[in-house]
Design a protein around this ligand. Sequence first.
Ligand code: HSE
Length: 402
Amino acid sequence: MIQMAVLGFGTVGSGVVEIIEQNAHRIERAVPEGLHVKYILDIRDFPDSPYGDRVVHDLDIILNDPEVRLVCETMGGKEPARTFTQKALERGISVCTSNKELVAAFGPSLLKTAREHNCSYLFEASVGGGIPLLDTLLSNLAQEDITSVTGILNGTTNYILTKMESEGADYKEVLSRAQAMGYAERNPAADVEGHDAGRKIAILSSLITGKNVGYEEIHVEGITGVTMDDIKAADELGYGIKLLGRCCVTEEGLEVITAPFCVKKSHPLYPVRDVFNAVLVHGNMVDDIMLYGRGAGKLPTGSAVVSDLIQMARADKPLVIRWDEEPMELVPFGMQKHCFWLRVENSIVDRVLALFTDSTELLHQDFSDFTVIMTGPVREDDFAQRTAGVEGILSVLRILES
Ligand code: HSE
């Protein structure tokens, strides 16, 4: 059997172990020797777990065992995950991970270490949970010029937004439910403030360009400012509000953003509900492709980790992912153009309309307590300048154009 270790026995790590045991018969079709979890590294003990006897607290036990060929890192966070991954790769042990924080921050350097030590570093589970997304982009769509990727990339926020829309549920109460189901990050601010989706679009942008799109270079907004009034007004006007990660090749260059967008009910991303993620990819030859599946949770994310383990176990040479350390230059955020949605107090409608008289497709709709104004495409810096200091703007969102 191929001996392996799991680093971190939390939600995803325990899912990986469960899948390897429960679906051993399926895994053996792809890897006839079978996968065997020899060690589980965690700071805790698990005396009640059937796998409790495999728990170790010292990474060196794993690294010094010549039988161990594969490691999966499901610890999350930057440290000690980075050091542990680095050490395993330096020993020539292939590593896969679900840790998007680590991959977004250190993907190119860990891939370089893997190349230097003739092993692989894979991270299918880091974006889109159980959706086989990265391998699709890197293998099946390798022949394409990918011109845009637009995705619902965070299960927790999609769950919150859809429960607010369908049940009128309270934001905090739905967030607690998402936490209880193992969807949310340890610190859920990473979900609701958009950082998790931002890291995922940084990884996707890096993979489609082959250069490094730094997470810190991306404009990120979360859903903490989205209110029930926004959700209800959007619904009445034929839209839903979704937290999107989007990268798009325009005449100016590569534009990347993470923010809540109003998405038309006719758009394929609109019906994506609850913890599901979906990613709409446009290739210059294949046109539009959409991938859909559970974006978080123990077994869906664990399944994507196991798919990497199978790939690494089957490979007779290291698997190469091209993601260079060279930084990718992005179109500055201020130069990106978006259509805006403003929810404003009724008393300032004329003032706001006057700011955008040159805007094509300027629309407005009165609700009893407020008015929604929708603009045509306006540059971000221009929008910020025009609306600076205007009191009575209750919320600002962007509208997904296509
Ligand atoms: N907290 C993440 C989410 C987990 O809700 O999508 C999966 O990356």
